[in-house]
Design a protein around this ligand. Structure first.
Ligand code: IPD
Ligand code: CA
Ligand code: CA
Ligand code: CA
Length: 267
């Protein structure tokens, strides 16, 4: 295993311990609202602190950006760690056992190492660029689905951006009529890891952040899949509007949703 991936795994497991300990007594967890329907707890922050400590102990000069504790400049800013310490905070708060730790390392702007760790199931999804993606050391491949018929997709609802609800509903309808079913499980990082594993055929969501998707992006690509924005282009990092799956399935999704989306969502 690449030494930097090894550190990412150690950091994710350390954060997983913090989260699992907190699950033993959720009444002690303090939640606050960052914005409408957008929650953070002391556990999100503690988990991020543990991840930062683990990374900086090994690589004191690297830069870090995390969802809860912000951006830390490093003297070697070619190396940027992108962290979501707890992806699926709403599930965590509600005692729904489906959430993950997501850690990616970008080198000169490109994701090179990725970990998504589900502490409840002990599932560790990892990828190093050019080396494939693994789940607990087993090699992953995206599903072979190249058309929507018979597929199970995952999605996230635009609960923080409800002004997109009409366009989202149209896109959902355009896809749903063709698929076998669609899941909304509540962790974008796990949704993407599941696409890499072929458990879910494809995924789409509006307005995700870099820490939601950086690790998932490499997992999907290293498993033979593709990521696009809603117009089929490469702007997904800027917009956070993401589609992933096999290259053919991404094309099929774009074909259905493009005609029903607003201009704002196609940029
Ligand atoms: C959220 C989850 C959720 C997705 C949201 C994300 P958080 O991340 O990934 O599935 O629908 O858009 O913000 O806030 O729980 O880390
Ligand atoms: Ca959040
Ligand atoms: Ca997240
Ligand atoms: Ca989070």
């Amino acid at each position: 295993m690449h030494p930097m991936l090894n550190i990412a795994v150690r950091a994710a497991r350390n954060a997983g311990k913090v989260i699992l300990r907190a699950c033993e007594d959720l009444s002690k967890v303090e939640a606050e609202q960052k914005g409408t329907n957008d929650f953070v707890t002391n556990v999100d922050k503690d988990a991020e602190a543990v991840i930062r400590d683990t990374i900086l102990k090994a690589y004191p000069n690297h830069a870090i950006v995390g969802e809860e504790l912000g951006h830390t400049e490093g003297s070697d800013a070619d190396y940027l760690w992108v962290i979501d310490p707890l992806d699926g905070t709403t599930n965590f708060i509600k005692d729904i056992p489906h959430f993950a730790v997501s850690i990616a390392l970008k080198v000169k702007g490109r994701v090179e190492q990725a970990v998504v760790f589900d502490p409840i199931r002990g599932e560790l999804f990892t990828a190093s660029r050019g080396q494939g993606a693994q789940l607990n050391s087993k090699r992953l491949r995206v599903s072979k689905a190249n058309e929507l018929t018979g597929t199970v997709l995952a999605t996230g609802f635009p609960f923080k951006q409800k002004h997109h609800m009409d366009a989202y509903t149209e896109a959902f309808k355009a896809l749903f009529i063709h698929t076998a079913d669609i899941r909304r499980a509540g962790s974008a990082a796990l949704d993407m890891a599941y696409v890499a594993a072929g458990r879910i055929d494809g995924f789409f969501e509006i307005g995700l952040k870099p820490w939601d998707t950086a690790a998932g992006e490499l997992l999907v690509k290293e498993a033979g899949g593709m990521i696009t924005d809603f117009a089929g282009g490469a702007n997904y990092n800027r917009s956070g509007n993401i589609i992933c799956g096999s290259p053919k399935l991404c094309q099929a999704i774009v074909k259905e949703i493009r005609p029903v989306l607003t201009e704002a969502l196609l940029k």
